[in-house]
Ligand binder design. Structure first.
Ligand code: NDP
Ligand code: 2IT
Length: 446
């Protein structure tokens, strides 16, 4: 065993000892650690400064009680969190997730990955994540508002435009960010830059709603073209039907691909002629209904996971949630003919699935790179807010595209530098590891 490998394994064992039950966090660390050995071998300072152990411990985790009364008069108690993971590259930045499965382990994995993702954007932002086990599904606007007000009544003292800037994630979109900002303003004052993903009429950025999905397609197209391929004429499956999925589908269609299926947590729509994005937006964004409302000639609603669908297709874009593709589903999608998997969701593939992509030479866009367009555009929103100005949709979209193209370029350069072929997983992890590690060493032991 090399000294680098021994060091990596010794730090992993400590992480396991500190939190043996935090399985999602352990998975994210394991996947990262499996790829960075060449970078550690290259620079003795990383062991000397024990950079890995410094990196895996969040700077701060805030947990709090969220008491609120629903419209029926019931007293409700939820649990709230903010994980301020790493500020080596700037103020903590990352979304808030409202979903019943939210736990410290999930938010730690998200905050850990966010730190590296944010460094890849080239913008000055550190990594954080937060949220609650609150379930927004089926709740009235009034209940959502009451909950958001109580959540912010504690969170406000821990965030700020130069300190920690939350945004959306699963279950948190423009409506929730609007209510959260309203309460922050009541408590602190009108500091627009404290949250991103704000509705455009309240100083949000044009293009933020579309950014993660569009960015995913820009990144993936860049990777495809580097391998003499493109979205044009390809059959694509997109999982999820939320914010990221909708704008991914829209952009794939613009690029000449056909998205033949999309899903929610109960089932999926199979539509050979291509998902009707206008209908999907109406169902999900306007009516806030389930996918079962998608009634269109030639389409079918099927219960279960979209990754169990057995049809021939080319490209898989998971945009729902963590671990939606396990080893068995990965084998199935490869068997169906998919040669590219690019991740809109965070950690949608299990370790077994990722190993299968690499073994089978799948063109793989890991989440840290492929879905960085959302947080990048959030940072463009911060820039507009602090300059007291607005950019046009075209200006924002052009900057987003350039950022995604640059991320792929730097990943590709790392692949060449370290002789990784097209193992983009290692390329992504090493590129971001080196950036964060070097920034941390310059700051000393803090
Ligand atoms: P939304 O809440 O808008 O949509 C989430 C979608 O995923 C819904 O279709 C939902 O189905 C489905 N989903 C959620 N949980 C599960 C589950 N346990 N099993 C199956 N399906 C599930 O969230 P987003 O689109 O914003 O987020 C999707 C993914 O993209 C997440 O992994 C998020 O972390 C990631 N991401 C989001 C960014 C953003 O800017 N919003 C930026 C970068 C990454 P249902 O309605 O049935 O729950
Ligand atoms: O996972 C993510 O990158 C996000 N949910 C977006 C975070 C942000 O600050 O815009």
């Amino acid at each position: 065993m090399t000294a680098a490998k021994e060091y990596i394994e010794s730090v992993y064992q400590k992480v396991e000892l500190r939190g043996p039950h935090q399985k999602e966090f352990l998975q994210a660390v394991r996947e990262f650690f499996n790829t960075i050995e060449p970078a550690i071998e290259n620079n003795p300072d990383y062991i000397k400064w024990n950079v890995l152990e410094q990196m895996v411990e969040p700077e701060r985790i805030i947990t709090f009680k969220i008491p609120w009364m629903d419209q029926a008069g019931n007293v409700q108690i939820n649990k709230g969190y903010r994980v301020q993971f790493n500020s080596a590259n700037g103020p903590y930045k990352g979304g808030l997730r409202f979903h019943p499965t939210v736990s410290e382990s999930i938010l730690k994995f998200l905050g850990f990955e966010q730190t590296f993702k944010n460094s890849l954007t080239g913008l000055p932002i550190g990594g954080g994540k937060g949220g609650s086990d609150f379930n927004p599904k089926g709740k009235s606007d009034a209940d959502i508002m009451r909950f958001c007000q109580s959540f912010m009544t504690e969170l406000y003292r821990h965030i700020g435009p130069q300190l920690d800037v939350p945004a959306g994630d699963i279950g948190v979109g423009g409506r929730e960010i609007g209510y959260l900002y309203g309460q922050y303003k009541r408590l602190v004052g009108p500091e627009t830059g404290v949250l991103t993903g704000k509705p455009v009429v309240m100083n949000g950025s044009l293009g933020r709603t579309e950014a993660t999905g569009y960015g995913l397609v820009y990144y993936t197209e860049e990777m495809l073209q580097a391998n003499n391929k493109s979205f044009s004429g390809q059959k694509v499956i997109v999982s999820g039907s939320g914010n990221v999925a909708i704008y991914t589908i829209e952009k794939v269609h613009e690029y000449g691909g056909t998205v033949i299926a999309c899903s929610d947590s109960n089932g999926y729509i199979y539509d050979e002629n291509g998902i009707d994005v206008a209908l999907l937006k109406d169902i999900k964004e306007v009516r806030r209904e389930r996918l079962t409302s998608y009634n269109k000639e030639g389409s079918r609603y099927i219960e279960g996971s979209v990754w169990d669908l057995e049809v021939a297709y080319d490209i898989a874009l998971p945009c729902a949630t963590q671990n939606e593709i396990d080893g068995e589903k990965a084998e199935k999608l490869i068997h169906n003919g998919a040669y590219c998997v690019s991740e809109g969701a965070n950690m949608p593939s299990t370790l077994e699935a990722v190993d299968l992509y690499i073994e089978n030479g799948i063109l793989y866009g890991p989440a840290k790179a492929a879905n960085a367009g959302g947080v990048a555009t959030s940072t463009l929103e911060m820039a507009q807010n602090s300059a007291h100005g607005h950019w046009t949709m075209e200006q924002v979209d052009e900057k987003l595209k350039q950022i995604m193209v640059n991320i792929f370029k730097s990943v590709n350069e790392t692949c060449q530098e370290y002789d990784l072929g097209n193992n983009y997983l290692a390329g992504v992890n090493i590129t971001s590891f080196v950036k964060i590690a070097d920034a941390m060493i310059h700051q000393g032991i803090v």
